[in-house]
Design a protein around this ligand. Sequence first.
Ligand SMILES: [Zn+2]
Length: 70
Amino acid sequence: MHVYQMRAEYADGVSSGPVRWWHMVRDNGTTALCGRELDETAAIVSDEQWGKTAEPFCHTCGALYLRQVP
Ligand SMILES: [Zn+2]
């Protein structure tokens, strides 16, 4: 049983400033479900925030997440 979190990808490539996308990761990891490598210092929030953030969510991660979490 995995625990999912959302991790930020930043528009300027550093772990600050505006969030470009939220990706979904497993168990506080740095590899998104879509395969994207994310910075370990990037912001991480509960997957309960899925669909509630102001910033867009990675569509690939969203599709994979919905397939894995009933
Ligand atoms: Zn993604």
